[in-house]
Design a protein around this ligand. Structure first.
Ligand code: CTP
Ligand code: CA
Length: 235
């Protein structure tokens, strides 16, 4: 919780946290989405504010109640910017990152979006018994941020993987390298784990490919472990 006793080790830092899941419209009433609730990202934003940072939370389709948790305890130190699609997220995050010391991309960004957005509802009458959607790749936002980062700016990516054990770690190492981020926070997800849950289990991969942190606990505990790893890499 906030208040006396909590280390203000992020004081003076401006941080950006993206959270939630983008939605890519298909037509005026439908979208392609994902199961991210935004809870881990919100916990990261709250933890950073509690530790003294000035926070911009770029939120994609996060439940009002979950966002309410942010405005509750740390009002005034978190600015919330709401976005819908991956392209909107890219604009908002890139904008906020220009003055930031740390950027944490916890959002689940759609890898692809419909090549065309229909002006009116797709109908069965027009489509028949089979529908093929053409998708185009979205830009990799965090890789773009890492490529453009200023000296002293720390870029952190998240990865949700359905593999486990050594394979999970190897995939995470390759992903960190490919995106050239300072830290990659990886957690295992599946049909029954990782989403809509209170707890989380993570491994943080650092620049040399080593394990910079490893923890399991509440989303707040995980958030604090991520900020501890950020503070350690910036020393
Ligand atoms: N990410 C991003 N822009 C995208 C896709 C992902 O910035 N278009 C970010 C996410 O916010 C996250 C990190 O990249 O911080 C890893 O996302 P992930 O989906 O695990 O990686 P991908 O490179 O999309 O690989 P995969 O094929 O495993 O989905
Ligand atoms: Ca992806």
């Amino acid at each position: 919780a906030a208040g006396p006793g909590r280390a203000q080790d992020l004081a003076g830092l401006r941080v950006v946290v993206s959270a939630g899941g983008t939605r890519e419209p298909l037509d005026p009433v439908r979208f392609l989405g994902n199961r991210s609730s935004g809870r881990q990202g919100v916990a990261l934003a709250v933890a950073a504010a509690d530790r003294g940072a000035e926070v911009t939370l770029v939120a994609a389709h996060i439940d009002g109640e979950v966002i309410g948790e942010v405005l509750g305890g740390v009002r005034g130190r978190v600015t919330v910017v709401s976005v819908g699609t991956a392209l909107e997220m890219q604009d908002a995050v890139t904008d906020a990152a220009s003055g930031a010391d740390v950027v944490v991309m916890a959002a689940a960004v759609a890898d692809y979006r419909p090549a065309e957005v229909a002006e009116s509802k797709l109908t069965k009458e027009a489509q028949g018994d089979r529908l093929t959607l053409e998708l185009v790749e979205n830009p990799d936002i965090v890789a773009g941020l890492a490529a453009a980062r200023r000296p002293g700016q720390t870029v952190v990516a998240f990865a949700a993987e359905t593999s486990s054990g050594d394979e999970l770690l190897e995939r995470a190492r390759r992903k960190r390298e490919r995106k050239d981020v300072d830290l990659l926070v990886v957690n295992e997800v599946g049909w029954t784990r990782g989403f809509e849950t209170a707890d989380n289990e993570i491994v943080v991969i650092g620049r040399a490919g080593g394990v910079a942190a490893q923890t399991s606990g509440s989303k707040r505990e995980v958030a604090d472990a991520v900020w501890d790893a950020v503070v350690a890499t910036r020393r």
